[in-house]
Design a protein around this ligand. Structure first.
Ligand code: UTP
Length: 473
């Protein structure tokens, strides 16, 4: 579309104010504004404003909701032979190069308040490794173990793309082959005021923000990542979030269960820590797997128990999934009935007033629209869920302090390292919660689970002295 046509389409849609400062903009800024405007689907914005803001989003549909079934861990009654078979199948897929790692790192990380891509945040207890390095080493270790290096896809946002690429370059891609690390940007959505008018960030800039982790499916497609996967013979993406360094990002048993079931999308669950834990709940509705957010599930339902007192809706989502490549392509196509829904989030959005003066709101002044990746589950054929141990897979860094903060994540890493070492025969003193008194750290290249740590431990010529800041690599 030509410039004038774009401006005209905004005027027709009642969004002409986006170009209110046109006379003040030089040619370059005009072109940049028009390029931003061209990204926007005006019909979609109008529809989202009507359905999610004006009609105030009908309460979530909770008809005939049942807890979702899942594959229990062997120590919780699962069949050990089935787990062993799944693991062998996953290992074979890894040896065949069918699996790629996939990190979503396009979020704004506003709760943490860290200035820079969240993946650059220093997270480990001794070496202060950034999140990206932890995953890089896990991916490197998995590649070595299975004799086949893995490709790694990383979704960034417009805001952090360059900084993310520069960070990897600065650190020599953390030992990975540069050509195996693939960055691509996710899409953006405009923020709107409660009246539906698209907000401006500046005189020549629209307030655009990332379209949510659910935007990853269409971004994978648009960026050519799915095409590249097909060329390389990769059919499965191992999806994890940039803020959870405990995630076993390449997990053979999980991969095996997914492949053996012929599933298009699979997820890991942990039993909720307490009835009203703020996690998404895996449920079944009309024969389809769905994730219902805690905010949509009445507290009484969250607390429901079976006759034996155990929680009915026990399966919490930890945002670790496996996604079939062709399923991602189908979802990205967005044909009738396969569109991920948008969710609204009321936010304080920095904008300008009609005179062009900056406005710093102290309460929400508008709405952002985001898609969630777990909303793809109901569209997937044969989706499955497996149980995992929280201590082995989940301790995200979300907040600057308190729950899910750098401190809780550091402690959980320390507990994990101490647990692995003690299982290998070391004698690391720990308190009642399993937290060691001394800081220590294990590189994923030494071991990334109890078994591999024990194997490396046995290979050491002599057990190292257990002193503060012990680092095993
Ligand atoms: P969160 O929902 O925790 O959001 O993202 P966030 O943006 O990182 O943090 P806050 O809410 O502003 O504090 C969970 C994961 O999804 C990714 C994040 O990078 C993180 O890995 N994500 C989120 C995206 O990749 N894109 C998005 O648009 C949103």
């Amino acid at each position: 579309m030509r410039q004038e046509e774009i401006v005209r389409s905004f005027q027709v849609a009642g969004q002409g104010h986006v170009f209110a400062f046109w006379p003040e903009l030089d040619t370059a800024r005009r072109a940049a504004l028009v390029a931003q405007a061209a990204e926007i689907d005006l019909d979609e914005v109008a529809r989202l404003h009507r359905t999610l803001v004006l009609e105030r989003h009908a309460a979530a549909d909770l008809r005939a909701l049942a807890p979702a079934p899942y594959e229990s861990l062997p120590e919780k009654g699962g069949d050990p032979a089935k787990w062993a078979r799944a693991r062998a199948t996953g290992e074979e897929a890894l040896r065949a190069g069918r699996v790629a790692a996939f990190t979503v790192a396009g979020g704004q990380g506003s709760r943490l308040g860290y200035d820079g891509p969240k993946g650059a945040f220093a997270v480990t207890p001794v070496k202060r490794k950034p999140l990206f390095q932890v995953f890089a080493e896990k991916i490197l270790a998995a590649g070595r173990r299975h004799g086949r290096p893995l490709e790694w896809f990383i979704m960034t946002s417009h805001a952090n793309h360059e900084a993310t690429e520069a960070f990897f370059a600065q650190h020599g891609w953390f030992g990975l082959a540069r050509e195996r690390v693939h960055f691509f940007r996710q899409g953006r959505m405009p923020a709107v005021g409660f009246d539906g008018r698209i907000l401006l960030e500046g005189k020549g800039a629209i307030a655009l923000s990332p379209d949510g982790h659910g935007g990853s499916l269409r971004a994978l497609h648009r960026s050519g990542a799915l095409g590249l996967m097909a060329e390389l013979g990769i059919d499965t993406l191992s999806y994890f979030q940039v803020d959870n360094p405990l995630a076993r990002c390449i997990d053979p048993a999980f991969i095996g269960f997914h492949l053996l079931a012929g599933s298009e999308m699979s997820s890991k669950m942990v039993p909720k820590a307490y009835p009203e834990e703020k996690v998404g709940h895996f449920c079944v509705q009309d024969g389809r797997l769905v994730v219902i957010e805690y905010s949509d599930l009445p507290p009484a339902v969250q607390r429901e128990t079976h006759a034996d007192g155990s929680l009915r809706f026990v399966a919490g989502s930890i945002a670790i999934h496996l996604i079939d490549r062709e399923f991602a392509r189908r979802m990205a196509g967005g044909g009738v009935g396969v569109q991920l829904p948008f969710h609204r989030a009321d936010k304080k959005i920095q904008t300008i007033d009609a005179a062009g003066r900056p406005v710093k709101p102290d309460k929400p002044n508008g709405v952002k629209f985001e898609m969630f990746v777990f909303d793809a589950l109901p569209f997937a054929r044969k989706p499955i869920i497996i149980e995992t141990r929280r201590a082995d897979d989940f301790s995200p860094v979300k907040n600057a302090e308190g729950v899910d903060s750098p401190q809780t994540c550091r402690d959980d890493q320390l507990r994990q390292f101490a647990r692995w070492l003690n299982a290998a025969g070391a004698r690391v003193p720990v308190d009642a919660t399993g937290l060691p008194a001394l800081a220590l750290e294990i590189s994923p290249l030494f071991g990334d689970d109890a078994e591999s740590v024990a194997a490396s431990w046995r290979r050491l010529p002599s057990p190292p002295e257990l002193k503060p800041d012990l680092y095993l690599e």
